[in-house]
Design a protein around this ligand. Structure first.
Ligand code: HEC
Ligand code: HEC
Length: 258
């Protein structure tokens, strides 16, 4: 019995020591090629904060390849293993092997050499954006444009080509929390759809389809329907394959310098 106890105490001590040292013993990722397994684990443990593709949300954008904590495999491992104290980034409940696989996935999405070259023509894409697509009615680039949708001035830096294309073809695939569509039904039976801006116990504010700010007292509402379809139309049938490639190339060229 006593022996067992000593053993347990000793085992505890070793665990505590392992916890203390922030960096793992091996510097290089032993599961560096397990990107797909890492992707699946990431969906389970991380995507609700960092987005399905690591594009960020409540958690940081992980696609830039530059991490404030440092970008080596060892530092990423420690960040994911231990979390970042004093922030919302928690320690993960997973085995070391699983953590390494998630690190492999994070490295892949942040690898700038993976940042693909857009097949389209950005100049032609700008014309589609301003003309046929009328994207500027809802989006701003620099100071020009509407504010119903997210500003796109640096969208090429924040998002992958695939994400950009998906945003245009299937706007509902991944809607940022700040751009969720709500529908309010007033007691008089009038329905107003828009982007939810703010809400407290008594009132709710939104930006309606015309990009006007509206505020409602909850007492005046019969119903609040959340998670309505995106206000952005799907362009899959509106744009040709080439026009789509061109618009994506244009967006990809927007890196916040204008
Ligand atoms: C509850 C939300 C949440 C979850 C779950 C979460 N994170 Fe985070 N993560 C954050 C936040 C918030 C930050 C930014 C912390 C800060 O620096 O202020 C962050 C930061 C990071 C960073 C460092 C970014 C940098 O620039 O240094 C990495 C890497 C990271 N998270 C990876 C992961 C991985 C991998 C998982 C899944 C195992 C995960 N996170 C789970 C919220 C979360
Ligand atoms: C009627 C308004 C409206 C129009 C027109 C519109 N969008 Fe959007 N767009 C939105 C809204 C709202 C969102 C945020 C919700 C979502 O992701 O569906 C959005 C999201 C996006 C995103 C994702 C941005 C990010 O940071 O994740 C991209 C990219 C985008 N739009 C590009 C375009 C392009 C290109 C066009 C023209 C071909 C266009 N939009 C036309 C309203 C619009």
């Amino acid at each position: 019995m006593r022996l067992l106890l000593t053993f347990v105490v000793a085992a505890f001590g070793v665990c505590a020591m392992a916890q203390e040292s922030r960096l793992p013993a091996v510097a290089a990722n032993p599961f560096g090629s397990a990107v797909e397994e890492g992707r699946a684990l990431f969906q389970m443990h991380c995507s609700y904060c960092h987005g399905a593709r690591g594009e960020g949300g409540r958690g940081a954008d992980l696609t830039t390849g530059v991490y404030r904590q440092g970008s080596t495999d060892a530092i990423l491992f420690a960040t994911v293993r231990n979390g970042i104290p004093g922030t919302e980034m928690p320690a993960v409940r997973a085995t070391d092997e699983e953590v390494w696989k998630m690190v492999a996935f994070v490295r892949r999405i942040g690898d700038t050499s993976v940042r693909e070259k857009a097949p389209g023509d950005p100049t032609a894409g700008k014309a589609v954006y301003e003309g046929k697509g009328a994207c500027g009615t809802c989006h701003a680039v620099g100071r020009e444009g509407g504010s119903l949708g997210p500003e796109l001035s640096d969208v090429g830096r924040r998002r992958s080509l695939k994400y950009l294309e998906e945003s245009i073809v299937s706007p509902d695939a991944d809607v940022a929390i700040r751009y969720r569509t709500i529908e309010l039904v007033t007691r008089a039976g009038q329905s107003v759809t828009g982007i939810r801006l703010n809400e407290d116990d008594l009132s709710i504010q939104m930006r309606d389809r015309k990009d006007d700010l509206r505020s409602f007292l909850k007492d005046d509402l019969r119903e609040i329907r959340r998670n309505r379809p995106s206000l952005m139309p799907g362009y899959g049938k509106i744009l040709s394959r080439k026009e789509l490639d061109d618009v994506v190339a244009y967006l990809n060229s927007l890196r916040g310098e204008q």
